[in-house]
Design a protein around this ligand. Structure first.
Ligand code: SF4
Length: 338
């Protein structure tokens, strides 16, 4: 591990001041002065020499550890609240059960006790080549190539890929937040701004080293959930290699508003398929007004996966995604699993 200096922020403003020198970096992932809270991913990456910050600013003492009601009837989750405290909060469990379930499907109990909500959004891909500094990786070292493209790509993307990167985003929490249309609140030198969760993570394109639209001189302060939590008809379903602790091969956050047996509104966000939680709003809109039946949900799955493309080792993900989508919609609609 390379040496770095360490400091501690005592306010959001002082944290922003600490990272002001980062402006030239393309996003927070590439900053040279990094904020650290739980450190569950950042410290691993530093030990592996994948990330090389020159300074860490400890933000664990900032007052961002509460859950508050918003004027719009939703909840604001503090950026430094742990994943565990968020998932077990009674308001989150009652009003956003899909989110609680998604968080508890992620990582291990020990990690959820350390990891924070803001850090969860900023965790980096678990692509094997990204962590192996002896191999090419455009995300770690722009222009070096992509080891996964013709390598072992079993866990990689099937949607939204580019020839430069086929990595997937590893978060479970972010998938549920995408289905809920959450908003990320951030503060920078120019003040506060709100980033819709759908615009927070990026597709790789020809700049896969840029993970998010969070600028290098900004800090996440909270995540706002809208009033509509789909508590009656929603779920999070995750298919993975080990039930005890593994990243998603495919996951689905599904939410429905039903009018009797008719779908009034449908949401579907997929994890494990792309460089960001994947939504297809046209396919969702096409479900509105349809009966809440397996045929409708199968048609939805076909529409969402119409452009899916597998690589040498991950073509199985397309069929698996179809099954996970169908099973999740069945669960959300209260149908027997087929
Ligand atoms: Fe790197 Fe992306 Fe290729 Fe993985 S998929 S080796 S993260 S460029």
């Amino acid at each position: 591990m390379r040496s770095f200096s360490y400091g501690r922020a005592d306010s959001v403003q002082s944290a922003v001041k600490d990272i002001a020198g980062n402006q030239a970096a393309p996003d927070a992932a590439n900053a040279t002065v990094k904020l650290v809270a739980g450190g569950t991913n950042l410290l691993d990456l530093m030990k592996a020499d994948v990330m090389r910050p020159v300074r860490l600013v400890d933000i664990t003492r900032l007052p961002l550890k509460t859950i508050e009601e918003t004027a719009e009837g939703g909840l604001r989750l503090g950026a430094l609240m742990t994943n565990a405290d968020t998932a077990y909060d009674e308001r989150v469990q009652a009003r956003y059960p899909m989110l609680s379930k998604a968080i508890l499907a992620g990582a291990s109990a020990q990690l959820r006790n350390m990891a924070t909500n803001g850090g969860n959004l900023l965790q980096r891909t678990r692509c094997y080549y990204f962590y192996d500094t002896a191999t090419p990786c455009n995300k770690r070292e722009p222009g070096s190539g992509c080891g996964a493209l013709h390598g072992v790509n079993r866990i990689h993307a099937i949607l939204g890929v580019s020839e430069h990167c086929i990595a997937v985003h590893p978060s479970d929490m972010a998938v549920a937040l995408a289905a809920l249309d959450a908003t990320v609140r951030v503060t920078g030198p120019g003040g506060e701004r709100a980033i819709p969760i759908g615009e927070f993570h990026r597709l790789p394109g020809d700049t896969p080293h840029i993970d998010t639209t969070l600028r290098a001189d900004e800090i996440i302060t909270g995540i706002e959930l809208p009033a509509q939590g789909f508590a009656a008809h929603s779920t999070y379903l995750k298919a993975r290699d080990r039930a005890s602790y593994a990243f998603a091969l495919i996951s689905a956050a599904v939410a429905l508003e039903l009018d009797g047996g008719t779908i009034r509104e449908a949401r579907l966000a997929l994890g494990g398929v792309a460089h960001k939680p994947w939504r297809d709003r046209a396919a969702e809109a096409a479900l509105a007004g349809q009966p809440a039946t397996r045929d409708s949900f199968r048609a939805m799955a076909d529409a969402v996966l119409r452009d899916a493309k597998g690589y040498e080792h991950n073509s199985f993900k397309i069929d698996l995604a179809r099954s996970v989508i169908l099973r999740a919609f069945e669960e959300a609609a209260g149908l027997e699993p087929s």
